[in-house]
Design a protein around this ligand. Structure first.
Ligand SMILES: [Zn+2]
Ligand SMILES: [Zn+2]
Length: 94
């Protein structure tokens, strides 16, 4: 015996905004949770416009954090490490 009754909550194909509950216009570009037009901020990521939910926008800005941001952060971390080691060596030599 097999029944093809979907196990979903019966919400239909339209997703609800995870913030206010109205019909969502699309998923957040970051966390993929559905958001409505009022609960997202549009951000331009190059040629495309992304919708980022307000929660993600508050967390890390509306940018999609492209690779070079992570690279810059990584470089800053490495430089900070080098400076720290340099300071340590200078202190040890004294
Ligand atoms: Zn909403
Ligand atoms: Zn989000």
């Amino acid at each position: 015996m097999s029944s093809l009754v979907p196990a979903g909550g019966g919400e239909g194909p339209l997703a609800r905004c995870s913030h206010c509950g109205v019909t969502a216009v699309g998923p957040c570009a970051r966390c993929r949770s559905p958001v409505c037009g009022d609960c997202c901020e549009l951000t331009e990521g190059g040629a495309t416009t992304f919708a980022v939910c307000l929660r993600c926008a508050r967390k890390g800005g509306t940018s999609l954090a492209p690779g070079w941001v992570g690279l810059l952060g990584w470089l800053a971390l490495v430089m900070a490490g080098c400076v720290g080691v340099g300071v340590l060596l200078a202190l040890l030599r004294r």
